[in-house]
Ligand binder design. Structure first.
Ligand SMILES: NC(=O)c1ccc[n+]([C@@H]2O[C@H](COP(=O)([O-])OP(=O)(O)OC[C@H]3O[C@@H](n4cnc5c(N)ncnc54)[C@H](OP(=O)(O)O)[C@@H]3O)[C@@H](O)[C@H]2O)c1
Length: 458
């Protein structure tokens, strides 16, 4: 096996400490990291010892099995980002690199540093033309259509599309991947998931937390860019795509792209945006009181809109989207509501309350899928109420693999199924642009909602 160098730009940062080191540790424990060196990149020079301590501290809640052996794999490289030769020189001076080495670069840095990092990696690629390179790029991928296109141009000038892995960590979640199995691996669902049977689809992505320590980043973006343009459109395409020719990256991404292309321009009159205010009973600050947000900020922390996929299967089925921070519950789900049937023979009173069937794919807090069906209440004539047929990952399979672990493993193995292609990113931005361009108009109707309050209704 070739020597693998996992090289992390932004090695001292929040994402690396919160997610990446844990995922690498899981992969190490499951013996998926053989012949690996892990190189942390930063602007300041840490000693290897200091760096290993930082990594160790981010694994504080893990058992210490083999942890010292794992830490031995880490080295820190201080890099001058303005000197494009510095990455190659640093690596080459410290390690005897095989000309056919395999590099996985994780760009866990702010977007402002992408260009200079790309230059460094490109230089290394030209110095080692027989090496193999994979580049993982975190979101946000651009801040609008123009900047996303620009970033794609920079990348494609230096790398092939199959070397570029655009990360949307929601795609690494087991329940999202399972949508493919649910839709195309079960003959009972496929015939009914269309506009003949489905009345509406609801996609909710709610967080009970606020902006935490990412206020500056969030304030420049808002929830439309942070959640809707990326996670929600990705979840939506996974659910609404047609059957791919095969379960392979290109075929899946072809189908997701077609869904994005079929989106009807969003009706701005149906869009609502909001920002959370304080909840004094729960001791929660308002958005503008958070550390790092300007006191006059109008950045939206809530978004609601209705979208339509204008194709043969879904034409006329509204997809209601809601996403927000500091909501009263943490929830991410796709809820498919079917048309009602056979109401004429059912009794209606307080106990008898038949509802339209629902198929719910819950991503969090529980990873579960359930179907709500109407069932007769025992001993009560034809009195009917909804009951749940459900499957949970925890009950059937135990623990699931963390999304970052899945994505890093897939990138090492060269599998791009769960990464976003160039055309998908640009199409998603194109769809969202009217919201960005008309932000002032939307802000005229900015709704203020009380943080984490169960009674909030939009
Ligand atoms: N944090 C999350 O939960 C999260 C979630 C999803 C996506 N992301 C994305 O992941 C990336 C990293 O996020 P993060 O929260 O880890 O960011 P961060 O903590 O603000 O920055 C990461 C590291 O990047 C380096 N850095 C900062 N400014 C730089 C510059 N101008 N040039 C070169 N290096 C610079 C710093 O390391 P040195 O000072 O050591 O060089 C810093 O520790 C971002 O693109 C972010 O949007 C983050």
């Amino acid at each position: 096996m070739k020597d693998l160098y996992i090289t992390i730009f932004g090695a001292t940062g929040d994402l690396a400490r919160k997610k990446i080191y844990k995922s690498l540790y899981y992969l190490y424990l499951s013996k998926d990291l053989e012949n690996v060196r892990i190189l942390g990149i930063g602007r300041n020079l840490l000693t290897n010892q200091e760096y290993r301590l930082l990594v160790k501290n981010s694994l504080i809640n893990f058992s210490s099995d083999n942890i010292e052996l794992f830490l031995d794999k880490f080295s820190f490289l201080g890099i001058d980002y303005s000197n494009k030769k510095s990455l190659y020189d640093e690596i080459n001076n410290k390690f005897a690199i095989d000309s056919k080495a395999y590099f996985l670069f994780y760009m866990a840095i702010p977007p402002s540093a992408f260009q200079s990092s790309i230059n460094l990696i490109y230089n290394l690629k030209t110095e080692l033309p027989s090496s193999q390179i994979k580049l993982l790029i975190e979101k946000p991928f651009g801040e609008d259509l123009e900047t996303a296109k620009h970033l794609n141009e920079i990348l494609t000038e230096c790398f092939l599309e199959d070397e570029i892995y655009r990360v949307d960590h929601y795609l690494g979640k087991e329940t999202i991947q399972n949508i493919i199995a649910l839709r195309f691996g079960n003959s009972i669902f496929e015939p009914i998931l269309n506009n003949h049977y489905v009345k509406s689809i609801h996609i909710d992505l709610f967080e009970s937390i606020g902006v935490e320590d990412r206020a500056e980043y969030f304030d420049q973006n808002g929830i439309i860019k942070d959640m809707f343009q990326s996670h929600i459109l990705q979840i939506m395409t996974m659910f609404m795509m047609e059957s791919p020719v095969r379960i392979e990256a290109e075929f899946i991404r072809d189908e997701k792209y077609k869904v994005l292309k079929s989106l009807r321009p969003i009706d701005l009159n149906q869009v609502k945006i909001g920002q959370y205010t304080a909840n004094l009973e729960q001791n929660i600050k308002s958005y503008v009181e958070e550390d790092g947000t300007p006191e006059d900020s109008k950045t939206e922390t809530y978004f609601e809109g209705t979208i339509f996929v204008d194709n043969l299967r879904w034409e006329g089925v509204p997809v209601y989207i809601r996403t927000g921070k500091r909501m009263s519950e943490r929830k991410a789900e796709i809820r498919v509501q079917f048309k009602e049937s056979f109401r004429y023979f059912m009794n209606y009173d307080e106990e008898c309350n038949p509802k339209a069937n629902e198929l719910v794919i819950s991503i969090q807090p529980e990873e579960e899928i359930y179907l709500s069906i109407n069932s007769k209440i025992p001993g009560k004539g034809m009195c009917i109420q909804p009951v749940k047929l459900n499957f949970t990952y925890a009950d059937s399979f135990g623990k699931t693999i963390d999304p970052y672990t899945r994505l890093i493993k897939d990138a090492i193995e060269g599998d791009q199924k769960l990464f976003v292609r160039k055309d998908e990113i640009e199409q998603a931005w194109e769809f969202v642009m009217p919201l960005i361009e008309n932000k002032q108009k939307l802000l005229e109707k900015l709704i203020y909602y009380k943080a984490c309050d169960e009674d909030v209704v939009f």
